[in-house]
Ligand binder design. Sequence first.
Ligand code: ADP
Length: 569
Amino acid sequence: MSAPILESATHDDAIMALRRERILTATGLAAEQFLSESNHRTAFQAALRLLGEATAVSRVYVFQSVPSDGGESLWSQRHEWCAEGIAPQIDNPDLQNLSMVDAGFSRWVKELSAGRAIFGPVREFPEAERPILFAQQIRSLVVMPVQVHGRLWGMIGFDDCLSEQGWNEAIVSCLRVAARVLGAAYERMDYKTHRDHLLDDYQLLLNSVREVIFRVGDEGRWSFLSPAWAELTGWSIAESLGRPCTDFIDPEFLGTARTTMVGLFSGQVETSRWEGRVRLADGGSRWFVVNARRLPTAPGRGAEIVGTLIDVDDTKRAELALIEAKRAAEAANRAKSEFLSTMSHELRTPLNAVIGLTESLIEDGATLEPVRTQRYLEIIHRSGKQLLAQINDVLDLARIEAGQIRLVPARVDLSSVCSSAVEGSRRSAEAKRLVLTFTRPPAPLCVMADEKLLRQVLNNLVSNAIKFTPEGGQITLGASLSEAGLATITVRDTGIGIPPEKLALLFKPFSQVDSSLARKYGGTGLGLTLVDRLVRLHGGTVDVASETNRGSVFTLSLPLAGSPSVSSP
Ligand code: ADP
């Protein structure tokens, strides 16, 4: 008689083993769903279906318990799978924000909180629990606690509406594994949401900081650049990443950039800070303070540098402008001091001659030979004229600077003004055996100018040419119409020329190419400044081209008569 019992026991065991195996297989597949499916709702649906089919139940569902303001937790159904023909409960309003205690399920809360499952036929459940369960046609069920981060998060339930399925500890322990998988899936989701929030936060931070945050890899190439890079330099991040960072450094600062990178990569220094210009996409450049630090080498990664680029362009340019202004003020001050010393030297020389020679005439005049007296008088006369010319220069410039020169414009023929300049200087040119000529233009050229002032300009240029051209040289004046439609006068000499670095100083007041007192040529350094100011008053410009020891060409460009040009001071 015992054999059939044994046989049936073996048969039941086999069925049980099969049920358990099906549940565990489904649990494994459900876990895979959670890992592979990025949409968590889809993953839950698939997992519940797998578990429902494996357990052959009518419904599988998940409830979440959320603490309410009142302190009690409210339970809501979140996911559900139903077998065919079974009424879903996911939209049942009674199963949302449900107070388990009020609904008569305090036993469930207690059991689930203690980590225990509730299972069995509903008819054997306490009376208070039955109505709500029968209302859902449930005949037997299993509910398992779902724990997330070690706390009761909710429950997973399996309803049987068609029969009273026999649940036992062996099956329930398999379902416990499924509940754990579910809990782990929620933990992972939580972690992912947390991570996404963190990433969003970092992105927000990166987007809002004005500083560029960068990372440079072992080969000195950008491996990360924050959005401020594109904003401040105009280079897109995509085109910059992977390129050597030195490609973006202004050539003037390449040396510094390379030295600091070598120092950081080799570990000689841990941090560095330097100031330099970065090349911009539009061809310009911008000042940045570069702060860089060597990252501790991570396994599998080469050495890396991280840091920030802080935009200091406005302050740096303002600082440089201040330095330049200070330098210019100092240079002007120096030029003024030099002027004072050369000026007094220039004035003293003819004055000393006047005083010395007049003293001789007073003391020995009666006995001096007439020829000698005549020579003394000539020197005194020349010195007086020289003094007057110098004082006139100073006064003229002062009047121009004070806006007190009044032009008397009239139609002036360039040929006539140039010819008279040549004639006026012929004697001093001949005294140095210089050939002084004027090449007439093919057709008459007229400008509206103050003739007296224009003569003064030409006389200045011609007397400079004579002064700075050694004996035997040539000085040529020319007048022509430029391509731009301007009347031009050129004064060309074959003299000592002007070194290129001094050209910029020429038209600045009190500037002389050689400002030492021991210089070879006299002068106050005001002549060309006067020329420049006077020509500008006429709406024109002066240019100079020169080559040391070959000669110089000064070119005046003036608007032709009829053009609206001559400005009032
Ligand atoms: P200065 O009274 O000293 O001649 P200018 O303003 O006329 O003052 O000239 C300034 C300086 O420019 C001169 O000292 C000289 O060094 C240089 N310079 C002017 N003209 C010539 C020229 N034709 N050739 C060479 N140097 C010149």
